[in-house]
Design a protein around this ligand. Structure first.
Ligand SMILES: Nc1ncnc2c1ncn2[C@@H]1O[C@H](COP(=O)(O)OP(=O)(O)OP(=O)(O)O)[C@@H](O)[C@H]1O
Ligand SMILES: [Mg+2]
Length: 339
């Protein structure tokens, strides 16, 4: 029998990423599930469900079961996780895969336990939870076992996890509710205020990804969008510039910089010295915002770099732990075996 695949799983607010041992990232889909409202039966998950958001009839609801770094609907989060895991490892689970799971900081002990129970029921042999910052640091290639202070900021959809690690342990950690979602919200508010135009979340996210920047760009970019004019109530096409998006992002960017600053203030002096020497590493999809690393570096006067494939770092860290058990296995949190 072919061996069942061991996997590392990042259950995020915006996306779920799975790393197969010896294979790399095998799944990266939006954390969205569509259900039938009455029966609560699952209709679609991931990419397919995302296309339904905002386009469903009253009897169907397409939702994100996690938000603000927490689980909003446990039953749906559990169903979504099981669906993705089964999609990757298949239904033949004799022997059962080992799973290392990373969850948002706001997921409490009871919910973690229930998620793991759900994975056992789906056939997992062994499930362990890895703390987000530790997984992100391993995935970013940081030598986390050293007695040396390293700062990692995982900027996700709902939250940013700011942590200082040394000897593979979290020394200081702060989770703030600022992430890609708050950037999108700020863009929606800005366009409504400035242009009397109402745009949806998808449009706001497209603007952020395509022309957004945390610092003013040398070269201006434009994007044409369609929104609803709040005065006439009719659709209107408009050109938005990258400088406008930079301005729109002013508030959440400032809040993020202050949060990182506060963590540095609470970090022991020796470790701060290490961080100023080695720089800050940012991960998560939010780290892809153009100019964000520069904005952090300018504001805090410390080097800052974006990890390679930042959005996949947490899942990669979990997967690399399975591949390099001797080196990273000791940095895992709680462990549970079936039976
Ligand atoms: N090129 C890009 N520029 C700016 N933002 C981006 C880019 N690509 C993705 N993002 C943003 O990254 C966010 C999702 O990041 P990620 O997938 O790491 O979140 P998550 O891990 O699911 O969330 P969390 O860690 O909060 O639970 C979204 O807000 C998305 O808009
Ligand atoms: Mg994340």
């Amino acid at each position: 029998m072919a061996s069942v695949q061991d996997i590392g799983v990042d259950l995020g607010t915006a996306s779920v990423v799975i790393y197969g041992k010896g294979k790399g990232v095998v799944l990266n889909e939006p954390a969205v599930i569509a259900i039938e409202r009455e029966s609560r039966s699952v209709l679609a998950v991931g990419d397919e469900a995302r296309r339904m958001v905002g386009r469903t009839p009253g009897t169907i609801v397409a939702m994100r079961p996690l938000g603000d770094g927490m689980i909003a609907d446990f039953e749906m989060a559990n169903a979504m996780l099981r669906y993705f895991v089964t999609k990757v490892v298949g239904k033949r689970l004799i022997g059962g895969p080992r799973i290392i799971l990373s969850v948002p900081a706001g997921v409490n002990e009871m919910e973690r336990h229930s998620l793991m129970t759900g994975l056992f029921e789906a056939g997992a042999r062994r499930t362990q939870v890895m703390e987000r910052p530790v997984a992100a640091a391993i995935g970013a290639g940081l030598p986390i076992g050293d007695a040396y202070g390293q700062m990692i900021c995982d900027i996700g959809g709902g939250v940013t996890d700011i942590a200082v690690l040394s000897l593979g342990r979290v020394i200081v950690r702060e989770t703030v509710k600022i992430g890609g979602d708050q950037f999108d919200d700020a863009i929606i508010r800005y366009i409504r205020r400035k242009h009397n135009l109402l745009v949806g979340e998808r449009t706001a996210e497209d603007l952020k990804i395509n022309i957004g920047s945390a610092i003013p760009r040398d070269e201006q970019f434009y994007m044409e969008i369609t929104g609803r004019n709040l005065i006439s109530g009719l659709p209107k096409v408009m050109r938005i510039t990258s400088d406008e998006i930079t301005e729109a992002l002013d508030e959440p960017r400032q809040a993020l910089l202050e949060a990182i600053h506060a963590v540095l203030e609470h970090t022991p002096a020796e470790l701060v010295a290490d961080i100023f020497e080695a720089g800050i590493v940012i991960t998560g999809g939010g780290a892809l915002l153009s100019g964000l690393a520069e904005a952090i570096a300018l504001s805090l006067k410390v080097e800052c770099r974006v990890a390679d494939d930042p959005q996949e770092c947490v899942a990669r860290g979990c997967g690399l732990t399975l591949e390099n058990w001797g080196e990273y296995g000791k940095f895992l949190g709680d462990r549970r075996k079936r039976g």
